[in-house]
Ligand binder design. Structure first.
Ligand SMILES: Cc1ncc(COP(=O)(O)O)c(C=O)c1O
Length: 448
């Protein structure tokens, strides 16, 4: 039967009509459009707390925080009110040549949470645009300190967003290989999270640090910065590595005068059970990006935090060329900043990071039955960030598991055959158990 007809037969006429209009006018991100209608898209109508509803009234638990962004749940009265209040006062003005209280206050609050030594905030829009700003900033800081260092080092299986600079420092072939001919020339090192047979994470960290050390020994004077996702290569499949790796990269950066860029777009704002993943390693990067959860999953806003020495490399008299010529129309948008301030305040009053750590412990306990499942290859987890890698049992196994969970009222999205769980940080133990039992049942059903 024609896929369109099949979906139409399951959905109400109103929903079928929306899907028809969508399929006619819209192109979705990371989506094979030829499968889109056959995969029976959910048309979301509204969301509240940990759940969202489709246009036919079916309810789904948001098991991946609406793609790793949501913090306190949807439709949160405090964040709603903060945006409404801001809307009545100042919608938007440029941050080029002007400033405003929400932009100032957010920078202060963000720095108060950041590792010691990060003293400046530069705002951007999405995660990728923060990475883009960070790599340009690092290059220019080095150049203006008299260092000609044209290359970035980065890691296989890394992911930093979809703009060309961010793709240049990525390492996921499926996403990035197509664009290699139009990317920056970089130096890619093995993934710290992909283990050789029999290898343990600690040994892997040491081996990749040796490889990185050898690269720096050969070409250290030409490397501007090392870009990494600290502790978890998220889009690579929740590939986790040992904290010694993050510490080791810091030490090598110091030895060779290379800047350390930690991309905390996915790991930051509490996801790993600490405010920042680098906190686990007690490391301060030279530049650190954040995004996703910054506005609690409400609005697009990201930032680069950096140190006084990096900032000072841009200071000069009058109209010298030392200025950072970089920015966006919506830099520091006050509505986004208001949402982010409310988010950080709530995180403090509700002890959200501690809750995230507790969710992590609950997930690890409740997923234990999967450890002995023959076809579950590995469960990787740090805090709320969880990847369950399964054996392929046909076309799109990960997707089939997520579809099975969907039939149980739980929404999750895989990365190939890695089933991803990343609940909002404020999820209650009851909802976490709903999530884990649906996921376990779905995995058992599909792998049986
Ligand atoms: C580590 C990391 N950096 C950057 C990005 C890109 O963020 P955005 O999708 O907001 O551009 C992502 C997105 O998943 C990410 O995981």
């Amino acid at each position: 039967m024609d896929a369109t007809i099949l979906v139409m037969s399951m959905a109400s006429e109103a929903t079928a009509n929306l899907i028809r209009r969508d399929a006619t006018a819209v192109w979705h991100p990371f989506t094979q459009q030829s499968l889109w209608v056959a995969d029976e898209p959910i048309v979301v109508d509204r969301a509240d707390g940990m759940y969202f509803w489709d246009t036919d009234g079916n309810r789904y638990l948001d098991g991946v925080s609406s793609l790793w962004v949501n913090v306190h749940g949807h439709n949160h009265p405090t964040i709603n009110q903060a945006i409404i209040d801001q809307l009545g006062r100042l919608d938007h003005t440029t941050f080029l040549g002007l400033t405003h209280e929400p932009g100032i206050e957010l920078a202060e609050k963000l720095l108060a949470t950041a590792p010691k030594g990060l003293t400046r905030v530069f705002y951007a829009g999405d995660g990728a645009s923060a990475v883009e700003a960070a790599i340009k900033m690092a290059y220019q800081a080095q150049a203006q300190s008299g260092q000609n260092r044209p290359y970035f080092a980065h890691f296989a299986e890394g992911y930093h967003g979809d703009t060309l600079g961010a793709v240049s420092v990525g390492g996921i072939d499926l996403f990035h290989e197509t664009y290699r001919p139009i990317l920056l020339e970089t130096r890619m090192v093995s993934s710290p999270g992909v283990l050789e047979p029999g290898q343990r994470r600690l040994n892997r960290a040491a081996a990749v640090l040796t490889e990185l050390g050898e690269l720096l020994e050969r070409q250290g004077k030409q490397i501007c910065a090392i870009v990494l996702e600290p502790l978890v290569q998220a889009a690579g499949g929740m590939l986790t590595h040992d904290v010694s790796f993050v510490k080791g990269v810091r030490a090598l950066c110091d030895e060779y005068g290379v800047l350390m860029i930690c991309d905390e777009v996915a790991t930051g704002v509490g996801r790993t059970g600490r405010m920042w993943a680098v906190d686990h390693a007690e490391v301060t990067p030279d530049l650190m990006t954040c995004g996703k959860g910054l506005t609690a999953g409400y609005l697009p806003m990201s930032a680069v935090m950096t140190t006084e020495p990096v900032y000072e490399a841009f200071l000069g008299a009058g109209s010298t060329g030392r200025t950072f010529f970089h920015g966006h129309s919506y830099t520091a948008n006050p509505l986004c900043a208001a949402a982010a301030i409310a988010n950080l305040d709530l995180m403090e009053t509700d002890q959200t990071v501690a809750n995230a750590a507790a969710i992590g412990e609950q997930l690890s306990k409740e997923l234990t039955p999967l450890v002995t499942q023959d076809r579950v290859k590995e469960i990787r987890q740090i805090g709320t960030m969880t990847g369950i890698e399964v054996e392929s049992v046909g076309d799109r196994t990960g997707f089939a598991i997520c579809q099975a969970a969907r039939a149980k009222g739980v929404w999750i999205r895989p990365l190939a055959d890695v089933v991803i769980l990343m609940p909002p940080l404020a999820m209650t133990p009851t909802d976490v158990s709903t999530l884990t039992s649906a996921v376990i049942e779905s995995i058992e059903e599909v792998l049986a």
